[in-house]
Structure formats: C-alpha cells, structure tokens
Design a protein around this ligand. Structure first.
Ligand SMILES: NC(=O)c1ccc[n+]([C@@H]2O[C@H](COP(=O)([O-])OP(=O)(O)OC[C@H]3O[C@@H](n4cnc5c(N)ncnc54)[C@H](OP(=O)(O)O)[C@@H]3O)[C@@H](O)[C@H]2O)c1
Length: 381
C-alpha cells in the first residue's frame, strides 16, 4: 500500500491492564521469577506506584508495564532501516529483556518492499539468540498483527497469515494475535471473516490471546460481544494514544477497556519522535517523517514547553515524561526503539509517577496546542 505524507503515521499497514491489574511491587531489578507474597507485601510501601520491572496482567498474560514497538525494524521508507542496524537492534532487544521488558509489538506487514516480514524475522532471531537466562527468554511475549489485506477473504487465510508469522518468528505460539485494522469502514463483509480467523487461530492454539488494533468504541464493543459468544476473550486493544493523541475517541475506548477488562496498548506514544525533544521545526528527522513534523510541530509549542519544564523539574527526559503520562493514564505504551540508548532512556519512564498537577498541566498544554496527530485512516467508530 502506498503512503502519502499526510497519512504517514498510520498508512500502510502502519501506518492495560494496568488499570485493571494491580502491580505486585516485588521490587525485582531484572526479569526474575516472582518472589513470595510475604516478601512482596513487606516491600509495598517504600516502592513507587509502578515498579519498573513488575509485571501486570493482560488477560492470561503477564506483561511489563511498557513494551517496545518494532515498526522501524525493516522499514526503509519511513524509518531509514538498513541491515547494518541489526546488531544495534539486537543489542537493544537484549538489554530490554534483561531489564524485564517482555512485550514486543510487531506486524506481518512491517518491513518495506523486499523486507516485508523483516520485523518478525529479526524478533524471531533475537529471541532465539537471547544470551540471558532461559527463564527470561520464556517470558517474552510477541504481539503480532495481521493485515486486513483485500485478498484475505476467508478465515483460513487469516489463520495461514498467523502460521506464516509464527514461521518467521520461529515460534509455535504467539503471545497476542491482533487484527491490525478493521475493514468495517470500507468492506464490512470482510470484517466478519477477520473475526472468524481470530477465533480459529485461538482455537487451534496458535495464539495465547487475541487483540485488535485501530478499533473505535462501537466496533470494539461489537467484536468483544462476538468473541465472547465464541468463548474467546479479547484481551487487548491497540490505539494511537499519547499527549498528541488524547481525543474523545481515545478516552471512550479507554473507559470501555476498563469496564471490560481489556488492556489498552498505546502506540506511537512519543508521537513518532515529536515528543522526545530532539526535533523542532529547524531540526527535522530525515525522510518523509519531516513532512508530517513540519505540519505539526509549529502547533505544539505549548505542549513541548510544558514537557520541557516538567522534565527539567523532575530531572527526567522529555520522552520519559511523555511515556510516564501514558503509564499514569493506565495504558501500556509501546514506544518504537532503534538502539540501546533509546531503550535505556524509555525504561527510565518506569518506577515513578507524575503528580496530578503535572498531568493536568501537560494536558492543559496539549489542549492549547492547535495541532494533534493524524489518526489512522482505518480507525473505525
Ligand atoms: N497498530 C498500528 O496501526 C500501529 C501504528 C503505529 C505504530 N504501532 C506500533 O507502535 C510502536 C510505537 O509507535 P511508533 O514507532 O509509530 O512511534 P513512537 O513510539 O511515538 O516513536 C518512536 C520513534 O521515536 C524515536 N525515539 C524512541 N525513543 C526515543 C528516545 N528515548 N529518545 C529519542 N528518540 C526516541 C525513534 O525514532 P528516531 O530515532 O528516528 O527519531 C523511534 O523510532 C511501533 O513501533 C509499532 O509497533 C502500531
């Protein structure tokens, strides 16, 4: 699928939980088996509200409060991927897992042109070659997404797509199998096929759990009911969610998720990099992202200033503040990462919390910023 600059973030194929799950605060500093309940409760009071390496419940899964996204891994067009980056990506992956991050988001459409599937291939290799403990390796949860390509018109084809992902990932079972987007807006008949495919892959044991992505409130409720009748719990909903994307839709989806016990996974939590503080109108990223940034960045000055102020006062980076805002909202952010420094920085968003006042100030500044992120063209009502 081709992408026009304006649709960059969510074109293409790409274009919690937390709220329902109480952290156990066991205070481990690496991914280690849970400690005994008595020790956990003894440690509760002095530790922060979200402890960096604590797991939270997402349906039957235990996931870290933050995961990492891998859209860039294999994407030359938007993210400037080159094979020479693989070593650095592997280093980033290993560090993340060693520090207790166990959730990695990918998709069968990630990777441009001949590199299609590269993100899953790399993840498969990195999991296999992970140099840390076998226990940590076994905790890794891969959440992949299946594209609603127009030629995928039977449930069997969706199941085959899942099998192909598993092959690239060198795995027998996925953590979360997600529909990448809904076709309700333009091909409602195909939508039902996608849902049947999700049920079938779950019944065949190809996925531990199922989720959706880019589903709006109405469609989310519909698929939830459908899956419930089939005995398949919907455990996650992925949506663009950040200080640049916190509209009514996001908040309605969040409250539906809270009511139904669905984990909200926040994609593009750094606004594709705009909230990190390293870009400005005069310091733009290479490639087509710059076109989008040029349109949005001049309109988000109040937000960037507020992020900067909070980060200086807190001695945190702007990325950490932006991600911490997501954590405070009770969602699981999955920032995209390209190297170990970004992993290290983003992990620093865990283990502390913005105050209610700081959250209000950030949201006020976001509301004063006349620009927000372009939404995915496939996002449904
Ligand atoms: N379901 C969907 O339709 C959908 C859509 C979009 C994304 N996603 C998922 O969500 C993940 C995250 O979203 P995203 O990648 O679009 O955007 P993002 O997380 O908002 O931004 C990620 C980019 O910001 C930069 N960055 C990350 N951490 C940084 C740090 N600490 N300091 C400075 N720069 C940093 C990196 O790019 P540079 O270094 O090049 O600036 C990185 O690739 C994706 O990887 C994908 O798994 C899903």
């Amino acid at each position: 699928m081709s992408a026009t600059p304006l649709l960059l973030p969510f074109c293409c194929p790409c274009s919690a939980v937390i709220a329902c799950a109480r952290p156990s605060f066991d205070g481990t500093t690496s991914l280690a088996p849970p400690r005994s309940p008595s020790l956990s409760s003894a440690l509760i009071s002095p530790l922060p509200a979200v402890w960096p390496w604590d797991m939270v419940n997402a349906g039957p899964l235990k996931v870290s409060p933050m995961g990492f996204g891998t859209w860039a891994w294999g994407n030359k067009f938007l993210w400037g991927y080159e094979n020479t980056m693989d070593e650095s990506l592997q280093e980033a992956f290993n560090f993340a897992v060693q520090k207790g991050v166990n959730l990695f988001d990918t998709a069968d459409s990630y990777g441009t042109g001949k590199l299609n599937g590269q993100s899953e291939l790399l993840l498969g290799r990195f999991v296999e070659e992970f140099p840390g403990s076998e226990w940590s390796q076994k905790q890794i949860i891969i959440a992949s997404k299946f594209a609603a390509y127009p030629w995928r018109i039977t449930a069997g084809q969706i199941v085959e797509a899942c099998k192909a992902s598993l092959k690239r990932l060198k795995m027998k079972q996925l953590g979360i199998g997600q529909l990448h987007w809904s076709t309700a807006n333009y091909a409602p008949l195909q939508e039902r096929v996608l849902w049947d495919g999700l049920v079938a892959m779950h019944k065949e044991g190809l996925v531990k759990a199922v989720g959706v992505s880019n589903y709006g409130p109405k469609q989310l409720l519909r698929i939830y009911d459908f899956l419930e009748k089939k005995g398949v719990p919907l455990i996650s909903a992925q949506v663009q969610f950040s200080l640049l994307s916190m509209g009514t839709n996001q908040m309605t989806i969040k409250s539906i998720c809270d009511n139904l016990g669905i984990t909200l996974i926040a994609y593009s939590p750094l606004g594709l990099g705009m909230l990190t503080g390293k870009y400005s109108y005069s310091t733009l990223p290479n490639g087509p992202r710059s076109l989008l940034f040029k349109q949005i960045m001049p309109g988000i000055e109040p937000l960037l200033q507020s992020l900067g102020l909070t980060s200086r006062r807190r001695r945190k980076t702007m990325s950490q503040v932006a991600l911490n805002w997501c954590l405070c909202k009770g969602v699981i952010p999955i920032p995209g990462v390209k190297n170990i420094n970004q992993v290290k920085d983003n992990i620093g968003a865990l283990g502390w919390r913005l105050s209610t006042d700081e959250i209000s100030q950030l949201e006020y500044a976001a509301a004063q910023s006349p620009k927000s992120m372009v939404q995915n063209i496939f996002q449904t009502k």
